[in-house]
Design a protein around this ligand. Structure first.
Ligand SMILES: NC(=O)c1ccc[n+]([C@@H]2O[C@H](COP(=O)([O-])OP(=O)(O)OC[C@H]3O[C@@H](n4cnc5c(N)ncnc54)[C@H](OP(=O)(O)O)[C@@H]3O)[C@@H](O)[C@H]2O)c1
Length: 230
């Protein structure tokens, strides 16, 4: 696999022009990673790069590319598109992702009933991604419970990140990227567990609606010192 953390310098975000993708790009660019914003439109990606740059020092490294080029260029690739385009997007970049870690942020929401958990036949969006991409790609799911409203700020985020994936080494790499983004992460076990994490998002959207807020979250409690950012 060759995906040692020390080798991860470039993070590509497919659909990075959107709300969640721009927020993650900001957090990782702030931490010093080279970021590539992927899009179906180079012009749209360039506009997103200008937007993210406005939150950061000039030295931040953010580049615009078409999705397939971004998938080729990233040491790690992150997917942030609506679930309706999840399968189509993964099929379109499958060759470029071989041998890499894909961080899948997708929540399989089916509008209009987004407060109801509705999983795809594969079990979860992350398992669907693994089925589409094959075993040579290490799919790790994360960030599904982090509202974009929280990401594009300098503030600490009052929501933990649960990380699921088939291989512990890949989960550890993503755990370090979660910490780099300024968040508390937890190894939440195999990819099959992603159904719980993805489902939690519908519950949080429902709580947001009940209380008129935009970013309710979850915290793991009772584990003194563990999972904290160093
Ligand atoms: N928003 C949140 O707070 C949040 C929180 C947790 C998880 N998530 C998950 O993160 C993912 C992205 O959410 P978002 O709110 O960032 O979505 P979004 O802003 O609505 O869309 C993200 C990007 O998806 C791309 N896209 C749209 N239609 C497409 C198509 N037909 N084919 C390929 N790409 C297409 C667009 O990029 P281009 O037009 O540039 O190609 C768009 O900028 C979702 O799966 C969501 O469930 C979101």
């Amino acid at each position: 696999m060759g995906n040692e953390l020390k080798q991860i310098q470039t993070i590509s975000i497919l659909g990075g022009t959107g709300k969640e993708g721009k927020g993650l790009a900001f957090r990782w660019a702030r931490a010093g990673y080279k970021i590539i914003i992927g899009s179906r439109s180079l012009e749209k990606a360039e506009a997103a790069v200008r937007d993210i740059h406005s939150y950061l020092p000039e030295t931040a490294s953010i580049e615009a590319m078409l999705n397939a080029d971004a998938a080729s260029a990233g040491d790690v690739v992150v997917l942030t598109v609506p679930f309706a385009f999840h399968r189509e997007m993964l099929n379109s970049v499958k060759p470029q992702l071989q041998g890499k870690i894909l961080i899948d942020v997708t929540v399989p929401l089916v509008p209009p009933k987004v407060t109801r958990v509705q999983m795809p036949s594969a079990g979860s969006a992350a398992q669907e991604a693994q089925q589409i991409l094959g075993e040579a790609v290490q799919v790790v799911s994360a960030f599904q419970n982090i509202s974009y409203e929280n990401l594009l700020t300098q503030e600490d985020i009052d929501c933990d990140v649960l990380i699921c994936g088939s291989r512990k080494a890949a989960r550890e790499i993503v755990l370090n990227l979660v910490k780099a983004a300024g968040l508390v992460g937890w190894d939440a076990g195999p990819l099959e567990n992603s159904v719980v994490v993805e489902g939690l998002t519908s519950i949080l959207i429902g709580i947001n609606k009940q209380f008129g807020v935009k970013s309710s979250g979850i915290k793991i409690t009772g584990v003194s010192g563990a999972g904290k950012i160093d």
